[in-house]
Structures are given as C-alpha cells and as structure tokens.
Design a protein around this ligand. Structure first.
Ligand SMILES: [Zn+2]
Length: 333
C-alpha cells in the first residue's frame, strides 16, 4: 500500500539556499544571522534577522570581518562611549586601523594620543604621543609637530611673525633633547612647559582617527545585504548581486559598492543614539544606507548590473541604543 503523501514528504531533508555561497544545504546547517553584528548590541522588538546564511559563511564572515570592525573601526572604538563595550574588555592590540585619538579641546587640543584601558579597567586612558606645539599666544591654538620633525626658524616666522612663538611639549619626551632640538633646528632659545601627560577620555572631547579599510566597508556591505535578504528575500538570490556577494565574501572583485560616506556632526542628535539600516529600490537599482552608531552614513549601490525587472520598494529599521529595541523606520535620516 502506498504511503500517504504527507508521510513521504516528511522524510525528505529540507534544504535552504545560502545567500552568500548560493549552496543548497540542510536547514540544520543554518543559524540565525543578525543584521547588526551582536558586538553592536542585542535588540528586541522587531529586530531583523535572517535564516538564509549558512553556518560556514556566518562563521567565516564573523571571524574575518566583524572582529576587525568591532575593534578597529571608528564605530568599533565608539562602542566604549556608547556603553556597548567596557574599557576593561577593550583590546587596543586588535585596533590596528585606529591611527590615533585627536584631542579636540583643552590645553592640548590638536594633539594625537594613543589609548589603553585604565588600571582599574573602568575607563580609557589617553597617552599623548611626544609632540611639540607652537602658538602665537599661551592660549593657543597650538600647532603640534613630532619632535623629529620640527619646523625651521624661517617656517616659524612665516607662520607666527617675527616675535618668537610660545612653545610647549607633551608626552614622554626628554626635556634636554627637546631643548637642544629647538635650539638647533628652530634656533629658539628658552624653554617650554610640560603639560599633562595623561588625559582621561571622560574629560576631553576627542575624535578617533581611523583608516576606513576595505574590511570595514565589506562589513557595512554585509549589513546592507543581510537587510535586503530580510526585507526582500527573493532579490538576494539574483545573479545581478553576485558582485556584492563576492565583495563581501572575499573582497576580490574590482568593483566596490560604496557610493558615499558622510559624517554626522559631532553634536548630532543621532550620534551614539542609534544604528539605522535601510534599503531602497527604484527602477533597476538597489541602494542601501547603513548608519552604525549615528557617526558615519554609508550609502551603497548593491547591484552594479541592473535588475532584470524594475521594482519599487523601501524598507528601514532603527536600532535604539537606549531602549535596545528595534523598529521599522523606512527613512534613515
Ligand atoms: Zn554559505
């Protein structure tokens, strides 16, 4: 006697196709992929996830891209200020793309510092690099130079006029060596003053100087592509998105999806308040916008090859860092 159709169906292994490697695999080889990497917060509400990234791709992309983005990008560093990471657990050794911290206010404004967790692990200490500053008056603003690259007397005169500039230096430097160099190269006689050598991040407004690497852009592209798969699953499998797949997986294709990067002002209401992700399709083109931590707004073109049929849709989510809730918000502004 033939088995009922439903019984026969139940013995078939259910398969799903991965949006990155495009391989069909049993559903138990897939796990949940969060659109926003969990290092940037766990969100309730309508937080979008996708179940069409296989474990192998998920693990590979997590190791290769997300760790670097979480520690070594502008946004990764700002996880500290946003309360997403404690100073104690932050790893400066993994922050190789952070070029330095620019002090924005106070007596050492304009100086570059490095950073490390404080001894008690509750905050981040900024360690000023050795620098010599010149200014017209003691109130500044000071122009800072590394001790090995001081300006000549002629350059100082061109900048500050005939009267000698005010000089101060910071960081772990040898005073006698600096004075000798000021005499030799700048032909200045006299001293400066040693200011602070450590400035707490909590008392200084700072900017992070970081190189935006291809790995970081690949992470941004992954967020946009995951969100496309969440909003319009069918589109994520189109061959017109193969270049984007290759770019995220290996960074090997010559094309880059990035169209524009715009910085939000330092006093923006968005800053450190939320992440936003949105997708907009008009005609044969899909654009993605990703705004991690409200610092930089990345606009991406997801398909270098036009879609076979024109489509119109828009979808967006905002991830609130205070409430840790995500909700639909079609326009990320
Ligand atoms: Zn895969």
């Amino acid at each position: 006697m033939a088995r009922p159709l439903s019984r026969r169906k139940s013995t078939k292994v259910q398969e799903r196709r991965c949006i990155y490697c495009l391989e069909d695999k049993p559903t138990n080889e897939f796990n949940t992929e969060h659109v926003i990497p969990q290092a940037f917060g766990k969100f309730g509400g309508q937080s979008p996830t996708v179940d069409c990234v296989c474990e192998r791709c998920n693990s590979r992309l997590g190791k290769e891209l997300e760790q670097s983005f979480s520690y070594s990008s502008v946004e990764g560093f700002h996880r500290l200020a946003a309360g997403l990471k404690s100073a104690r657990d932050f790893r400066p050794d993994l922050a190789s793309d952070i070029d330095g911290i620019l002090i924005r206010e106070g007596p050492v404004a304009g100086c570059i510092a490095d950073f490390r967790p404080s001894l008690d692990g509750t905050t981040v200490d900024l360690i000023l690099r050795p620098q010599v500053g010149f200014a017209k008056t003691h109130d500044g603003p000071f122009q800072w130079h590394s001790p090995g690259c001081l300006p000549t007397k002629e350059q100082l005169q061109a900048e500050f006029g005939s009267s000698p500039p005010c000089v101060r230096w910071v960081g772990a430097v040898d005073d006698r060596q600096i004075l000798a160099e000021l005499t030799r190269k700048c032909r200045l006689v006299g001293g400066g003053e040693i200011l602070v050598q450590n400035v707490q991040a909590s008392v200084a407004r700072v900017d992070v100087l970081a190189t935006v690497t291809q790995k970081h852009i690949r992470t941004i592209a992954k967020i946009a592509f995951n969100y496309l798969a969440f909003a319009q699953r069918g589109l994520a499998y189109l061959p017109e998105l193969n270049d984007l797949r290759r770019y995220v997986l290996a960074g090997t294709c010559s094309w880059t999806p990035i169209q524009k990067v715009v910085a939000y002002p330092a006093d923006s209401r968005a800053r450190l308040k939320w992440h936003a992700v949105s997708i907009r399709c008009t005609g044969n083109t899909i654009f993605g916008v990703v705004v991690p931590l409200g610092i930089l707004r990345y606009t991406l073109l997801l398909n270098p090859v036009p879609l076979p049929l024109p489509a119109t849709f828009a979808s967006g989510h905002r991830f609130d860092l205070q409430t840790r809730q995500a909700k639909c918000c079609p326009l990320s502004r």
